[in-house]
Design a protein around this ligand. Structure first.
Ligand SMILES: *[C@@H]1O[C@H](CO)[C@@H](O)[C@H](O)[C@H]1NC(C)=O
Ligand SMILES: *[C@@H]1O[C@H](CO)[C@@H](O)[C@H](O)[C@H]1NC(C)=O
Ligand SMILES: *[C@@H]1O[C@H](CO)[C@@H](O)[C@H](O)[C@H]1NC(C)=O
Ligand SMILES: *[C@@H]1O[C@H](CO)[C@@H](O)[C@H](O)[C@H]1NC(C)=O
Ligand SMILES: *[C@@H]1O[C@H](CO)[C@@H](O)[C@H](O)[C@H]1NC(C)=O
Ligand SMILES: *[C@@H]1O[C@H](CO)[C@@H](O)[C@H](O)[C@H]1NC(C)=O
Ligand SMILES: *[C@@H]1O[C@H](CO)[C@@H](O)[C@H](O)[C@H]1NC(C)=O
Ligand SMILES: *[C@@H]1O[C@H](CO)[C@@H](O)[C@H](O)[C@H]1NC(C)=O
Ligand SMILES: *[C@@H]1O[C@H](CO)[C@@H](O)[C@H](O)[C@H]1NC(C)=O
Ligand SMILES: *[C@@H]1O[C@H](CO)[C@@H](O)[C@H](O)[C@H]1NC(C)=O
Ligand SMILES: *[C@@H]1O[C@H](CO)[C@@H](O)[C@H](O)[C@H]1NC(C)=O
Ligand SMILES: *[C@@H]1O[C@H](CO)[C@@H](O)[C@H](O)[C@H]1NC(C)=O
Length: 703
């Protein structure tokens, strides 16, 4: 039996009676990004806890609890604002008025007695400023305002949960930086370089918690047990300065604002890894370290940069919202605003740790949640629409480490794999290649992806010289597609959970377009001709179609399992043909698809192919962008399905890209207990960058 819990959003049924006064702008999402900057600085708060924000528990992206609290003290009364579940003498819970997200801020407004408190969790997304984007920190600004002046203190703390190994940490405190900046650093005892705990937190590096006094505040600090430190703040408003890093301690900072009616203070949380990535045995560090080589100067700069980062964010938040609205309406905008921090938060912008050469940039992208692989080509590829729209150079900088490794020849030293590699490391942050050739091969998938990504970068930037530098590699993979792109032996494609198959129509479509892309990039028309001939077979001659020519089948050929008329695939790979305006496939292909997809719409979405009961948030955006329909109705069907999934109140993870669209068949993938509209798998993956596929049609490099 499958469960379908009525069309009434679940959260409406489960909210406490006094909380439904709060408003959610633009919508109440499954989870709000709080501090989301890279794979190891990724703190969220589930949407269903926000109505009770004073006692909410934030989480690392993987779901384990993090401790992060905010209290305010107003005329001697302590108000719990955020994340303070423990009893606290005489304290009062503030009440939530509204919650809002933009593409870089999560804002919560609460009432605390006579004062309005706004928490602004701000994770900058700076598409072109690598210094700003690479700083591994996030801001929390607490603003207080009221109609009359009150004595106000503002407090925040974090604890060892941020280190990934509570009970085995070292803490330090230093307040000898310029402007009274005070920094706590927490790290794991004897941690192994580049290691993670079982819940994906980094064990090497240092957690940072910092603030500095403003012109109208005095800052105090304390490390000690959560109860005693919070009680001290509640009774006295000032912290003791003690540094007792033992017994389940918190590290806390409190601002005394004196008597005020309107003021704000900013806290910093961060996670610093000097050796951020292991690239083929050499350490790479954050781009920012060329300018700010230690934590003190980096945090100090981060705070000095607040005003500029803030203005940039207001402008780019508004620009993105307007562009998304203009492209496909408010549901689309709601999705993109929630997507942006998560996509950028999958990446680290790096330079060599020894030379700090800022020309030698590599961007590393973690295959978060699904397996931890490094720079997986079929993760960079689905995400690329966001880079194409906002940061085209990211495409090149993510390919650099892969192509430079391929050029060493180590990937082909033991046998003659003539197709492109899947990733450059089994587990982040170890980008150590696959010299033993053991990896998750996806021959046609990755050979097509690497060529199409190169084309996208050149199309967006005009930097053909870069592609020419690696032309030998691209030629090799194009040649592989010429022989293996249509007559495809059994192999995996990007949706690897479905298992390997021969002659997957969606893969052959990718091969056709990638060959055309190679031909156009390097003026090699014979490759384009081959691509067009594949398309001619698959579509015009009907090899990949059902007998009525209504849709593409999942497989083609004479000896395949899913080659029946009723088998289908959502052929998202056809999107780049439209994006690049290639016309590899005739226009009638797209009208056929636009008419077909609505016929397979299920209870809560279009299952991605005829084997499965789930759909994909980003691949369906690709499919809708390619086949919008006459009035954009097919595109909007796909967008609205994702919007419903995002807002149905059934889910609490960071944006999960796969959800159950129809009752489970108990078949190959998907069980009979699947919750329709519930998330199936994966959280916080950067592949959500693919939600920008529709916007990318408006052009490259829009920011
Ligand atoms: C605190 O930071 C200052 C400025 O960077 C540095 O000179 C000093 O050594 C640090 N103190 C400790 C105890 O680490
Ligand atoms: C990275 O490699 C090091 C050295 O082999 C190992 O200790 C560490 O556990 C690896 N990290 C991950 C996340 O697998
Ligand atoms: C309370 O705060 C004052 C400074 O505001 C300090 O002098 C005093 O020691 C504090 N008392 C306690 C018990 O911490
Ligand atoms: C900060 O401390 C100074 C020195 O003790 C004091 O003069 C000032 O009033 C304090 N400011 C606030 C906002 O409490
Ligand atoms: C508080 O002050 C800021 C900066 O001067 C101003 O922008 C804001 O509108 C004020 N807020 C209230 C509620 O008065
Ligand atoms: C479909 O959407 C595109 C992109 O926003 C727009 O240019 C076009 O006018 C829309 N078509 C219709 C028929 O509304
Ligand atoms: C990174 O560079 C710093 C500064 O030169 C050095 O102390 C450190 O050992 C380097 N780390 C690694 C892993 O190479
Ligand atoms: C810095 O890196 C660039 C790009 O890899 C390289 O061309 C240049 O030679 C490097 N500069 C130094 C001083 O190593
Ligand atoms: C392909 O031809 C175009 C137009 O003639 C030219 O601008 C471009 O440089 C050529 N590209 C290559 C890789 O030769
Ligand atoms: C796959 O497609 C090719 C080209 O049409 C065909 O020759 C081959 O027989 C097919 N393979 C299977 C297993 O049907
Ligand atoms: C059909 O496919 C099966 C499984 O892939 C294989 O074992 C069999 O040899 C194939 N038969 C023919 C005639 O190709
Ligand atoms: C958003 O999607 C929902 C669910 O499909 C739909 O009912 C609603 O009309 C859409 N809103 C807009 C503005 O398109």
């Amino acid at each position: 039996m499958w469960r379908f819990l009525s069309t009434l959003p679940f959260y409406i049924l489960s909210l406490p009676p006094n909380a439904n006064a709060a408003t959610y702008k633009p919508v109440l999402p499954p989870s709000y990004p709080l501090a989301v900057r890279n794979p190891y600085l990724s703190a969220w708060v589930p949407g269903n806890q926000v109505a009770n924000l004073p006692t909410a528990t934030p989480q690392f992206w993987a779901g384990q609890d993090l401790s992060w609290s905010v209290l305010t003290r107003i005329d001697g009364t302590t108000y719990k604002i955020f994340g303070a579940p423990a009893a606290l003498t005489g304290s009062v819970d503030a009440s939530l008025v509204s919650a809002e997200y933009t593409s870089s801020h999560s804002l919560f407004t609460l009432t605390a007695g006579p004062i309005t408190v706004v928490l602004d969790f701000f994770s900058p997304v700076s598409p072109k400023n690598y210094l700003r984007q690479s700083l591994p920190f996030s801001y929390l600004t607490v603003s207080v305002s009221g109609t009359a002046s009150h004595e106000i203190q503002v407090y925040s703390d974090i604890d060892e949960s941020w280190t990934g190994q509570s009970g085995n940490t070292v803490g330090t405190f230093n307040s000898s930086f310029k402007d009274g900046l005070s920094i706590f650093e927490l790290s794991v005892n004897e941690a192994y370089l580049y290691s993670e705990n079982s819940e994906s937190q980094a064990l090497w590096g240092e957690n940072v918690f910092a603030s500095k006094p403003t012109s109208s505040s005095n800052l105090s600090s304390e490390a000690g047990s959560a109860t005693s430190v919070r009680e001290r703040f509640a009774t006295n408003g000032t912290l003791s300065g003690a540094t007792t890093f033992s017994d389940g301690y918190v590290v806390s900072l409190a601002h005394d604002l004196g008597s005020t009616s309107n003021s704000s203070v900013t806290f910093v949380v961060g996670y610093v890894r000097e050796a951020a990535i292991n690239y083929l045995g050499s350490a790479r560090t954050g781009y920012y370290r060329a300018s700010y080589p230690d934590t003190g100067t980096a945090v100090s700069y981060f705070l000095d940069d607040y005003t500029s980062a803030y203005s940039e964010s207001l402008a780019s938040d508004a620009t993105l919202e307007q562009k998304a609205l203009a492209a496909a309406g408010s549901n689309y905008s709601d999705i993109l605003l929630l997507t942006t921090r998560q996509a950028y938060g999958g990446a680290d912008i790096t330079i060599p740790n020894d030379t700090l050469n800022t020309t030698d940039i590599m961007i590393f992208l973690k295959e978060i949640s699904s397996d931890g692989n490094v720079n997986t080509l079929d993760v960079i590829f689905p995400a690329f629409p966001i880079w194409y729209v906002m940061s085209p150079d990211y495409i090149r900088y993510q390919l650099e480490p892969v192509l430079q490794y391929l050029e060493t020849g180590l990937w082909t030293q033991l046998s003659s794999k003539s197709f492109c590699i899947h990733d450059i490391g089994t587990h982040y942050p170890n980008a150590t290649g696959h010299n033993n050739q053991i990896e998750e091969d996806m021959p046609v998938e990755e050979s097509g992806n690497v060529i199409l990504l190169a084309y996208a970068y050149v199309q967006a930037t005009g930097d053909l010289a870069w592609a020419e530098k690696y032309q030998n590699l691209f030629t090799k993979y194009a040649n592989f597609l010429v022989t293996g792109g249509l007559d495809e032996p059994v192999q995996l494609a990007t949706n690897d959970c479905c298992g390997p198959l021969a002659n997957q129509t969606n893969l052959a479509i990718k091969a056709a377009i990638a060959l055309n892309a190679y031909g156009k990039l390097f003026n090699a028309s014979s490759y384009s001709d081959t691509g067009l001939s594949f398309a001619n077979e698959l579509y015009t001659k009907g090899l990949g179609l059902d007998s009525e020519r209504t849709h593409f089948k999942l497989q083609y050929g004479t000896n395949v399992t899913f080659g029946n008329d009723s088998d289908y695939a959502v052929v998202f790979n056809i999107y780049t043909d439209i994006l690049f305006n290639f016309q590899t496939f005739p226009a009638s292909t797209y009208t056929m698809l636009a008419s077909y997809y609505p016929t397979i719409q299920g209870v809560a979405g279009v299952p991605l192919d005829s084997r499965v009961d789930w759909s994909s948030t980003f691949w369906t955006n690709w499919a809708g962008a390619a086949s919008p329909g006459k009035d954009n109705e097919t595109r909007d069907l796909f967008i609205n399905d994702v919007w419903s999934y995002m807002t149905n109140g059934l889910n609490t993870p960071p944006f999960s890209d796969r959800w159950f669209a129809v009752p489970g068949s108990g078949g190959l993938v998907g069980g009979s207990g699947d919750l329709i509209g519930g998330y199936d798998a994966w959280r916080n993956r950067p592949v959500v960058g693919g939600h920008f596929a529709v916007l990318a049609l408006e052009g490259a490099d829009q920011f």
